[in-house]
Design a protein around this ligand. Structure first.
Ligand SMILES: NC(=O)c1ccc[n+]([C@@H]2O[C@H](COP(=O)([O-])OP(=O)(O)OC[C@H]3O[C@@H](n4cnc5c(N)ncnc54)[C@H](OP(=O)(O)O)[C@@H]3O)[C@@H](O)[C@H]2O)c1
Length: 495
C-alpha cells in the first residue's frame, strides 16, 4: 500500500558533511529519487561549517553514493538528482547565521515552488539539538502557519529520563509533537515491518502468540566490530544506552505488544507504550539477578588479533563501560505472564546478526514418543539483518525403516531472491517523514517509558563494581549470559 508523496519541500540537513549524511541520508534520497518517490519540487540543502561550494559538495556526495547506494549510479539519474542538491556554510552555534539560511531557503522557494515547507534533519551531535531548534524559532523558521515545518532528530534522545525530558520540553516549545520525528532506524528495517504481517497476518502464529504456547522469546543484536571510531560517544553510552534503550526495546515492543486497533501511527504506538510500561514490573530485585553486563578483553577475531576494549583508541584503560548486555525480562501481563524474554546485544561477538527467536513449548513426552530421539522445540526465527527472512523448524520422521526424528526447516529468505528488493531503513523513514506518517518513529511516551526502565538499571549498576573484561572477542559474550538461561532450563539459539 504505497501512498503518493505530494508536498513540495526543502530538506535541510544540519550535519550535511557528516558521516551519516554520506553513508545513509544522501544514498536514501538518491534511491527515493531513482524510484520516483520524491516530489517534483524538492531540494536538499547540506549545512556544514567547512568552506566549499555546491559543486565540490556534490562531487563528494557522488563519491559516497558510488560506495553506499543500493542502486548503481546512473549518470543521467545523477545529473537530474544533483540539481536538487545545495550546500550552505554556517556555524550552527552562531545565532545570526540562521538569518542567512532563512534568506537562502526563501529564495529557493521562489525558484522551486517549495512553498515554505521544510524538513529539518538534525544529523549533528545531540548537544546541538536544543540550540538549533531555539534558533529556528528565533528566526521564525518553524512557524507552521501557512506551510509545514517538521523536525527529524537522530538518536540518542537524551542520556537518561531527566535529560530526555528536558530536551522534549524545549523542542516542543518550537515544534508540535506531531511534527517531531524521532528516528530509531531499526524501525525502518523491512523485516521489522514484516514482523507485524507475520504476527497479525497468519492465524497459525497469532493464535499461539502467548505464554501458553511459547516457552521463551530471544532477541539478539550482535556485532563483530569493536568500538571503531566512536570512542567518546560510546564511553558515555555503552550498550545500555546505545542499543537496549532504543533498538532492542523497540524490537521487543513490536514482538510483544497487543494487536493494534488499526495499522496507523497512533494505534501501533499506543500498544507499544502499553507494553513498555509493563517493564516497570522488573524492579530492582529482579533486575539485579537478571541482567548481565560485559566488556570484551584482548583476543582474536578469527585469526586476526583484536584489542581489548580498554586498549582501543580513545578509551580509558580503566573504563567500566559495558560492551555487552544480556537481560531476562518479564512483562507480567495477561498474554505473557512470567514467560521470559531474553535480550542480548554486544560488540566483538561471533556473528553479526539481529534476529528474534520464538521457542515454542515442547510437547509432553508421552510413552510412544520416548522411542524418538532428538525432538527439538519448534522455533520461529525472524532474521532482521544482515540476512533478512523467516524460518520455522519442526520435527519430522527420519526416512527409513526405524523410528527416528529429524529436525527440518522451512526457510524464507527475503533478501536473497530479488536484487535490491529491500529499501534501506533511511529510505523508508525519510519517505514517511515527507508523507507526514509517524508510524515508524518513536513517540515521546515510548521514549519516556524506555528511559525510566533504563535508568533503573543504570542506578543499580552504579552501586556495583563490574569485573571487566569478562569475555573474549569472537564469542557469544560472558558465560553468565548463558547461565541466565540455563538457570531456567533454556539456552541461547545461536544458529
Ligand atoms: N554515523 C552513524 O552511523 C550514525 C548512526 C546513528 C546515529 N547517528 C547520529 O547522527 C548524528 C550525526 O552523526 P555523524 O556520525 O554523521 O557525525 P559526524 O560525522 O561527526 O558529523 C558531524 C556534522 O556536524 C557538523 N557540525 C559540527 N559542529 C558544527 C558547527 N558548529 N556548525 C556547523 N556544523 C557543525 C559537521 O560539519 P563539518 O564537517 O563542516 O565540521 C558535520 O557535518 C549524531 O547525533 C549521531 O549520534 C550517527
Amino acid at each position: 500500500m504505497e501512498r503518493k508523496i505530494v508536498s513540495p519541500c526543502v530538506m535541510i540537513i544540519f550535519g550535511g558533511t557528516g558521516d551519516l549524511t554520506h553513508r545513509k541520508l544522501i544514498p536514501a534520497l538518491y534511491n527515493l529519487f531513482y524510484e520516483g518517490n520524491l516530489p517534483d519540487s524538492f531540494a536538499v540543502v547540506g549545512v556544514g561549517r567547512k568552506d566549499k561550494n555546491a559543486s565540490e559538495y556534490k562531487h563528494e556526495l557522488q563519491a559516497s553514493l558510488e560506495k553506499y547506494s543500493r542502486y548503481k549510479i546512473k549518470p543521467e539519474v545523477w545529473e537530474q538528482f544533483s540539481k536538487k542538491i545545495q550546500y550552505y556554510k554556517m556555524e550552527i552555534t552562531v545565532s545570526e547565521h540562521y538569518e542567512g539560511l532563512k534568506v537562502f531557503l526563501n529564495e529557493m522557494d521562489e525558484t522551486l515552488g517549495t512553498q515554505g515547507n521544510r524538513l529539518y534533519y538534525l544529523s549533528v551531535a545531540p548537544s546541538f539539538f536544543e540550540m538549533i531548534t531555539k534558533n529556528l524559532a528565533q528566526y521564525k523558521m518553524a512557524e507552521n502557519v501557512d506551510s509545514w515545518q517538521r523536525l527529524i532528530i537522530e538518536k540518542p534522545f537524551g542520556h537518561n529520563l531527566e535529560t530526555a525530558n528536558y530536551l522534549n520540553t524545549e523542542i516542543s516549545k518550537v515544534f508540535p509533537q506531531e511534527n517531531i520525528f524521532r528516528i530509531d532506524h531499526y524501525l525502518g528495517k523491512e523485516m521489522l515491518q514484516n514482523m507485524l504481517v507475520i504476527r497479525f497476518g497468519n492465524a497459525l502464529f497469532e493464535s499461539f502468540w502467548n505464554s501458553r504456547y511459547i516457552e521463551n522469546i530471544q532477541i539478539t543484536s550482535s556485532e563483530t566490530v569493536g568500538v571503531e571510531n566512536r570512542a567518546d560517544y560510546y564511553e558515555a553510552s555503552g550498550a545500555l544506552r546505545d542499543m537496549l534503550q532504543n533498538h532492542m526495546l523497540q524490537l521487543l515492543a513490536l514482538v510483544a505488544m497487543e494487536p493494534p486497533a488499526a495499522i496507523d501511527a497512533k494505534s501501533i504506538r499506543d500498544e507499544k507504550i502499553k507494553f513498555l510500561r509493563t517493564l516497570s514490573k522488573n524492579n530492582a530485585e529482579i533486575i539485579k539477578g537478571n541482567i548481565v553486563r560485559g566488556q570484551y578483553g584482548e583476543g582474536k577475531m578469527g585469526s586476526k588479533p583484536a584489542l581489548a576494549y580498554r586498549s582501543e583508541n580513545g578509551i580509558s584503560p580503566k573504563s567500566n563501560t559495558e560492551t555487552f548486555i544480556a537481560a531476562k525480562l518479564i512483562a507480567g501481563n495477561f498474554r505473557w505472564g512470567n514467560m521470559p524474554f531474553y535480550l542480548r546485544t554486544g560488540k566483538r561477538m561471533k556473528q553479526k546478526t539481529t534476529k528474534v527467536v520464538i521457542e515454542f513449548k515442547s510437547l509432553p513426552e508421552i510413552l510412544y514418543f520416548k522411542e524418538y530421539n532428538g525432538m527439538q522445540p519448534n522455533l520461529l526465527e525472524i532474521r532482521i539483518q544482515p540476512s533478512e527472512g523467516v524460518s520455522f523448524s519442526f520435527n519430522a520422521k527420519r526416512p527409513g525403516t526405524q523410528n527416528g526424528i529429524t529436525n527440518v526447516m522451512m526457510d524464507f529468505c527475503q533478501n536473497c531472491s530479488l536484487e535490491n528488493n529491500s529499501p534501506e531503513a533511511y529510505e523508508r523513514l525519510i519517505a514517511d517523514a515527507l508523507k507526514n506518517d509517524q508510524t515508524l518513529f518513536t513517540s515521546w511516551d515510548e521514549i519516556e517509558a524506555s528511559w525510566s526502565f533504563i535508568d533503573n538499571i543504570a542506578n543499580i549498576w552504579r552501586q556495583e563494581q563490574p569485573q571487566f573484561p569478562n569475555y573474549a572477542p569472537d564469542t557469544y559474550g560472558p558465560s553468565d549470559s548463558d547461565v541466565l538461561l540455563t538457570n531456567n532450563g533454556h539456552k541461547w539459539w545461536n544458529t
